[in-house]
Design a protein around this ligand. Structure first.
Ligand code: ADP
Length: 270
């Protein structure tokens, strides 16, 4: 990044000298640009369901005498309203996570509980999609952070894994401790992500082409929420994927010791 220097202060010192202090405002400008892009993308994305609801309302009026049509239009209207609700919820989450001054409600977090919570949050959709979600690996690990935010991050990964997988396939959630870090890996046997898209999937509103046709309800915000949530916890997210074979998203977080008095399965963890 090129520095952008502006004069912050200038003072004459004696007769022959001027003291000038300069400040690099490139970071400020970059954040400003990010905020502007976010607002622009967001309003663009919100227009789609709002426009659809307006059209469906008109169609409903025209079709008032035909009960079948009325039912069809009102079903689609409520689907669009759901989508709008999901979209605004996610936008709020993302902007909260991005706000530098957001204080996360932090403390020791049991990784098993995060994984369980995330699997439970997806139980209904996984069942409907005929995809089985299993978990395994190291038990009794702890990280430091906001459990609600962490559950949402893992839940978003599971929700994607289910959405982009064929019926009858498995999604695995593996936990392990590695070199002072905790890794939570979500693996699917789904459609995979093309090499060229792998870096872009974490961008806001990015959706790979083949995914657009598969998952109609997507927002393109799930993975950027995951990325920001994990970064706020001092961690990182890695992706391995092969088209047609599947994907593994791995969250890495600094491992913490179990809090005093914590028990796991009736025993104190090591
Ligand atoms: P979306 O709401 O579209 O799923 P995300 O931000 O969660 O938004 O994901 C962005 C894009 O990344 C998706 O549209 C899809 O193209 C791709 N993607 C994410 N997870 C997977 C996965 N497990 N398998 C295949 N493609 C995925």
């Amino acid at each position: 990044r090129e520095p952008r220097l502006v004069i912050a202060r200038a003072a004459q010192i004696g007769r022959d000298y001027v003291l000038v202090s300069v400040r690099d405002i490139s970071e400020q400008e970059r954040l400003q640009q990010m905020r502007q892009d976010f607002i622009q993308n967001t309003s663009h994305e919100l227009k789609t369901p709002v426009g659809a609801i307006a059209l469906l309302a008109e169609a409903l009026e025209v079709a008032a005498d035909d009960p079948d049509q009325v039912r069809r239009f009102s079903e689609r209207m409520s689907a669009e309203a759901d989508r709008l609700g999901q979209l605004t919820g996610r936008i709020m989450n993302l902007s909260r996570l991005q706000a530098a001054d957001e204080l996360i409600d932090i403390g020791p977090v049991a990784v098993d509980e995060v994984v369980q919570g995330a699997i439970e949050a997806n139980a209904v959709t996984a069942k409907a999609a005929l995809v089985e979600v299993r978990s395994g690996g190291d038990k009794g690990l702890y990280v430091h952070g906001d459990s609600r935010v962490l559950v949402e991050a893992v839940s978003n990964l599971i929700s994607n894994a289910v959405a982009y997988s064929p019926e009858g396939s498995h999604v695995g959630v593996g936990v392990r401790s590695a070199e002072g870090a905790v890794e939570i890996a979500v693996t699917d046997q789904g459609i995979g992500i093309a090499d060229g898209d792998q870096r872009r999937v974490f961008e806001r509103f990015f959706r790979a082409d083949q995914a657009r046709s598969r998952r109609t309800g997507g927002t393109g915000l799930g993975l950027s929420i995951v990325k920001h949530a994990i970064q706020r916890h001092g961690g990182e997210v890695r992706l391995w994927s092969r088209e047609g074979q599947g994907s593994t998203f791995t969250i890495r977080l600094p491992q913490k010791n179990a809090p005093d008095g914590a028990t796991f399965g009736g025993k104190r963890p090591k």
